[in-house]
Design a protein around this ligand. Structure first.
Ligand code: C2E
Ligand code: MG
Ligand code: MG
Length: 763
């Protein structure tokens, strides 16, 4: 780094500031004792001083009793862009500008001058228009007889030293690439925040963000491009979060955000969503266009941890779970995630043997012509019947297979099986097979496809490969070649899940697709008031028609959605409104005779998502806690089972575990089942489930005699630390009814295990 010389221009070397400052201080001292005027005895000294002055290593100044400049070295005029003589007569303090960084001492210069006391090496910022110049200024008052005559002093340029000091402190605080806080500073900030907040009983959330597919960009476009991308990511984060000082880059492609006083999971989920959306828009890096995604894990203190280590570890677990459940998602920490991480490891091991053990099979979902209701083909959807866990969703095990390098084998099996079974279907119905981007990147894919077709004797035009936008993340020439090779075989190509990532109509123009599959979430959005999705679907359909492509709307469940899709001229429909996926035998049965025509059937309108479940929770009424079973759940209410004949209007507090309490009112009562409505709506847990936006603070629980950060079985109004129910049951329960001898005291045995780690979001 080049040092600034006193004339304000950059020089090659840094001035030996400490030495020259000492020297000038001494001269100034002498000057204060004796008027700074030529004296015959010090002619040499004067020459020496002039030489120093001209060398630009320091400067001199003097004022009169009113603080007006009477002398100023020429170098200062040069630095400030005007001849020094212009400053004679103006106020000395006007040489210095204001600066946010300025020390209190700079602000106190007028005070020091009025006090007529000496000062040494006061760091002052010059009132320069352009460059930032700093001086260390010293001064001594001088007296003419008894009378105060003014100040004399010296100054040296300390711009270079200040810059070095500032850079050093920046390095200790900021990430040099993105300018965000660095890991060290962030962990200090989190520690101090949490310890202060613990005393003040305030909440603080941590969000960990990890970029999806960043490695691919780095590998294909190179590290400099990766760096440019990270900078853009940082800027987008600042835009969404609004406060640069709350965001840090922990290293690599991991970012962290601290949100003080935010505990509402509705607010946190919205923010995480906005972050994911913003980071998933395409980037332009060095002339190349690239797309990445982001996954977010969230943990909130004091609920999910009280120390910074606990909170970070738990946000990290949530992030890991978010990545595992398909990427591009957020997840809140919940206490069962530790188990989930372990589960995942076990699943990975089990998956290795699943094919050999014939636990994997294909289900087929009809794809139906929207106008004629005739089935035109089927999508093959992979299924895993786990011997202990039952059916496991491909949304869960496909990402595991991708990470564990098992997707190649699994995908190849699916291709072979689907071709083999489709070859035996009557008529010319097509079969669609999902192909993961990992398979798409394999040069051998065309060969694998050809072999599958040949072995089964299936004409190529009856096979459709469904691929997602993920394939466009790979280097574009490889992608183009793969498209060409597959088209050469004669198979059809469909773009799956359109509307979920950053959906660019550009793909449709450049890639040889035969079909676009519009994602379920996009169609659902279209039925919401004020949504623009309908207009976008129209545009997609128009473009598809112009390019001679078909369109399929996925996940249509209700008749109103079907009407909408038909009115937008989407050509094909797939969804429960026609049929759930069925096994191959059922398929053969249903289309044995002739064309399979399906009359759509389903609810008239899509209701707010209602999750079916079978989960034990607590229902608190009059200080008594009943064990009930949660049968279904939506954002606004639930169906509970287990208490008999409860009048409508009765209030319960439903306890979903982990401090999640929902005040509810019974709105329908049917024997042992009650429909309840929540006072406050639930919010998405980022995992297809729901959670309360707020939780009962562990501090409150502790005040009620419960251990901190751990929700035990409990009766929340007790304050004597006793764990026994205070109130007597008002209603009889299903357990009483089924077990009339419940007076033996076994009734409460279930209450011990329904509290604690209840994930209310899981189906
Ligand atoms: P996808 O390709 O978008 O498949 C559609 C998914 O939507 C299927 O979920 C299907 O069962 C579900 N679905 C269809 N109609 C409805 C409806 O009306 N309502 C609702 N709620 N859902 C509906 P599934 O079978 O769980 O598969 C999930 C994803 O797993 C698939 O999404 C696909 O991306 C992936 N997948 C499935 N089989 C394979 C495979 O053999 N290879 C690869 N690489 N991925 C696969
Ligand atoms: Mg698909
Ligand atoms: Mg899809």
């Amino acid at each position: 780094m080049s040092g600034r010389t006193a004339n304000g221009k950059s020089g090659g070397a840094t001035a030996p500031a400490a030495d020259s400052r000492g020297f000038f201080a001494k001269i100034a001292q002498r000057g204060a004792d004796r008027p700074f005027a030529p004296a015959s005895s010090s002619k040499d000294a004067l020459l020496l001083l002039k030489n120093f002055e001209e060398s630009g290593r320091g400067w001199f100044w003097s004022t009169d009793a009113e603080g007006r400049i009477t002398y100023l070295s020429a170098s200062i005029g040069e630095a400030l862009g005007r001849p020094s003589s212009d400053y004679i007569g103006s106020a000395f303090i006007d040489l210095f500008g204001k600066d946010d960084d300025a020390s209190d001492r700079q602000r106190s210069l007028p005070f020091i001058l009025t006090k007529q006391s000496k000062f040494d090496d006061l760091p002052l910022k010059a009132a320069a228009d352009c460059d930032e110049i700093w001086w260390a200024v010293s001064g001594r008052p001088f007296f003419q007889g008894e009378q105060f005559g003014g100040f004399r002093g010296s100054g040296t340029d300390i711009t270079a030293q200040r810059r070095v000091a500032k850079d050093t402190s920046r390095l200790a605080t900021y990430d040099s690439l993105t300018g965000l806080l660095n890991r060290f500073r962030m962990s200090k900030l989190l520690e101090t925040t949490l310890s202060a907040f613990q005393v003040q009983k305030r909440a603080c959330s941590v969000m960990l963000i990890d970029l999806d597919r960043f490695k691919q960009v780095n590998d294909t476009l190179g590290h400099p491009a990766g760096d440019m991308l990270l900078k853009q990511v940082a800027e987008r984060l600042v835009n969404v979060v609004g406060d640069r000082e709350k965001i840090s880059r922990l290293g690599g492609d991991e970012f962290q955000i601290i949100l003080q006083d935010v505990e509402d999971r509705g607010v946190l989920g919205d923010l995480a969503d906005r972050i994911i959306k913003s980071l998933s828009h395409p980037y332009s890096v060095d002339g190349s266009r690239c797309i990445i995604g982001a996954s977010v894990g969230v943990a909130v203190s004091p609920f999910d941890g009280r120390t910074s280590e606990e909170l970070i570890r738990n946000a990290d677990l949530a992030l890991y779970a978010a990545k595992g459940s398909g990427r591009g998602r957020f997840r809140f920490y919940s206490s069962d995630l530790l188990q989930t991480a372990e589960d995942r490891r076990i699943l990975e091991e089990d998956l290795r043997d699943a094919l050999a053990n014939e636990q994997i099979w294909l289900a087929y979902q009809p794809v139906v012509s929207a106008t004629s209701n005739i089935v035109t083909g089927f999508e093959a959807l992979i299924r895993w019947n786990h011997p202990e866990r039952g059916s496991i969703s491909p949304a869960l095990f496909i990402p595991i297979a991708e990470e564990a390098n098992l997707i190649g084998e699994l995908g190849e099996w699916a291709l072979h099986k689907a071709c083999e079974q489709a070859a035996k279907w009557p008529g010319k119905m097509k079969v669609a097979v999902n192909v993961s981007p990992v398979q798409f990147a394999n040069d051998l894919l065309p060969k694998i496809v050809e072999t599958a077709l040949a072995n089964a004797g299936l004409p190529a035009e009856r096979l459709e490969l469904e691929i997602t936008e993920g394939v466009f993340l790979q280097d574009s020439s490889g992608t183009d070649n793969m498209f060409q090779a597959l088209k050469k075989i004669g198979v059809r190509l469909a773009l799956d899940d359109f509307g979920t990532g950053y959906s660019s109509l550009g793909y449709l123009r450049t890639a040889p697709f035969d079909k676009i599959k519009i994602d379920q979430s996009f169609v659902r959005g279209a039925t919401e008031p004020g949504s623009r999705n309908g207009a976008i679907i129209s545009a997609i359909v128009a473009l598809a028609q112009a390019l001679d492509m078909e369109t399929t709307a996925e996940g249509i469940e209700s008749l109103d959605q079907l009407d909408l899709i038909r009115s937008l001229h989407v050509s094909h429909v797939q969804g429960y409104v026609y049929s759930q996926p069925v096994d191959n035998d059922t398929l053969l049965e249903r289309c044995a005779s002739s064309d399979w025509v399906i009359e759509p059937s389903g609810p008239a309108v899509q209701r707010g998502d209602r999750l079916s479940m079978y989960r034990k929770i607590g229902a608190i009424h009059d200080n008594h806690c009943y064990a009930v079973v949660l049968r279904n759940l939506s954002v606004s209410g639930a169906l509970i089972e287990g208490i008999l004949d409860v009048p409508t209007g009765t209030k319960f507090v439903l306890d979903f575990g982990d401090g999640q309490l929902a005040v509810s009112t019974v709105v329908r009562s049917m024997g042992h089942q009650q429909g309840v409505e929540f006072e406050e709506r639930l919010v998405s847990d980022g995992n297809g489930g729901l959670c309360t936006s707020r939780r009962i603070s562990p501090y409150m629980l502790a005040a009620a005699g419960m251990p901190l950060a751990n929700l035990p079985p409990g009766y929340y109004e007790t304050n004597d630390g006793e764990q026994k129910p205070k109130g007597l049951p008002t209603f009889s329960t299903l357990a009483d009814w089924k077990r009339p001898d419940s007076s033996t005291g076994t009734k409460d045995s279930t209450t011990a295990n329904y509290f604690g780690n209840v994930d209310i979001g899981r189906r």
